[in-house]
Design a protein around this ligand. Structure first.
Ligand SMILES: Cc1ncc(COP(=O)(O)O)c(C=O)c1O
Length: 430
């Protein structure tokens, strides 16, 4: 049991609560991860805050006008009724159509219709509910969104087994490690979760790496493994470099092999700049699965939705649907992309000027909201020093890496932010 859970249980000792808690209740805790570091930064980072996984402009959340303008004028019937369990049918179809446009490799392949979830978190949780039993292993590269631990280990009672994300010289992904991890996974059933663009590193595979990943998974399937591959596509679309794979691995895996089930978890949260709406999707694809079989899996997913949240937010679905149908939707998304890409380009430029500094070594990144440094000393020490001495917020990951959300820093503050971070690291470690 996690130490924090144990501490909470101690506080509750000799109460009726302790007598009544379920095993899951006993295992639950609130991690001292990104969310609590973010809360600390909100209090102390008065100067600059590069903590939160959102995109902001002048300290206000970015948004698509086609979604925002409908908020006050929406019809009551689009706002107040219950949503259906699997979500608004038109939205599900439109999301799938858009998915095929964004992922040309999906054309001609059959998948399930996406089921609406309460954000990606809930989609990941549903994948755990449906495909993981107590004691099962789920493989994940060692740079991952911390909430996987709480979802898969504490809730699903599965074992999160990591393998190196980057290769040894940090020139790209460690694909050998992926292949080994699959080979070493016990039994014939293998679950894997991948997240590109990655949180916290900001890395996405090159086209070649993506093809190699698919080949590795197919080899494992040929060798008799049955694979459930979850693609967490939270930051999908934010690919800034030529040569990066701009499609989800789901598109390539959806009909790769009869023994591979691809599970795409994506959502409007980051793709459409609506973090608080809580709308995600879960979609399935596997070679040879018939529409009747997809429908059966969707029904099971609906059962998991109904028994967890009943249904997702109606007003949020209506607003996203209207936004997606607006004639300016794609243009607005492009503008938001351009702004985030300009931040990425600027960060790359700033980092070049600090290339000789060995206190902070940037990990390769080419996409998404974030970049991360490998730290010469304790990343947590640097985080706290930045907060207390400079009122600057960043996130420490596993005490080894400092994550910077350049998505939430305006271009005219970027240089100042990085100068302070390098300065602080120098004061601690030179
Ligand atoms: C990699 C990754 N997956 C999933 C999520 C959760 O998304 P949502 O807010 O839609 O639940 C996040 C949010 O930060 C994330 O970084």
């Amino acid at each position: 049991m996690h130490t924090i859970a144990r501490e909470l249980n101690q506080v509750l000792e000799h109460t009726v609560i302790a007598d009544l808690l379920s095993d899951l209740g006993k295992r639950m805790y609130f991690p001292k991860g990104i969310v609590s570091q973010e809360a600390e930064a909100s209090l102390k980072a008065k100067k600059l805050k590069a903590t939160v996984g959102m995109a902001t402009k002048q300290n206000i959340p970015m948004y698509l006008p086609s979604i925002f303008e409908d908020i006050s004028s929406a019809a009551p019937s689009d706002v107040f009724p219950y949503a259906s369990t699997a979500g608004d049918q038109e939205l599900r179809k439109l999301w799938l159509e858009e998915m095929a446009v964004k992922n040309p490799d999906l054309r001609g392949k059959t998948t399930s219709l996406p089921v609406v979830t309460s954000g990606l978190t809930h989609g990941i949780f549903l994948a755990g509910d449906l495909f993981l039993d107590e004691g099962d292993t789920i493989l994940v590269p060692d740079l991952f969104w911390g909430n996987y631990t709480l979802i898969f280990e504490e809730r699903s009672k599965a074992k999160l087994v990591t393998f190196p994300f980057y290769n040894q010289d940090k020139s790209g992904l460690d694909l050998h490690a992926l292949e080994q991890a699959i080979a070493n996974a016990p039994g014939s059933k293998v679950s894997l979760i991948v997240n590109f663009p990655n949180n916290p590193s900001g890395y996405s595979p090159t086209v070649q790496e993506a093809q190699q990943i698919v080949a590795i998974l197919k080899r494992a399937a040929d060798g008799g493994k049955r694979l459930a591959v979850i693609t967490d596509d939270a930051y999908f679309g934010l690919f800034y470099e030529e040569g990066t794979c701009t499609q989800s691995l789901f598109a390539m895996l959806a009909d790769a092999h009869e023994h591979i089930l691809a599970i795409k978890v994506d959502g409007a949260t980051k793709e459409d700049f609506v973090w608080g709406f809580r709308i995600g999707f879960i979609t399935f694809g596997a070679k040879g699965v018939t529409s009747e079989q997809y429908e059966a899996l969707v029904k099971k997913t609906m059962g998991a939705v109904r028994s967890s949240i009943s249904n997702a937010s109606k007003p949020a679905q209506s607003l996203i649907l209207k936004g997606m149908k607006s004639s300016t939707y794609h243009q607005e998304k492009q503008q938001a992309f351009d702004l985030l890409q300009s931040r990425y380009v600027l960060v790359k430029d700033i980092l070049k000027r600090h290339a000789d500094d060995d206190n902070l070594v940037p990990l390769p990144f080419n996409s998404g909201y974030f970049m991360a440094f490998t730290c010469k000393g304790s990343a947590e020490e640097l985080r706290l020093y930045l907060l207390d001495r400079y009122e600057v917020g960043a996130i420490a990951i596993k005490d080894d890496y400092l994550r910077i959300a350049f998505s939430s820093v305006d271009n005219d503050r970027m240089e100042e932010l990085f100068d302070i971070i390098y300065q602080a690291a120098g004061e601690l470690w030179n």
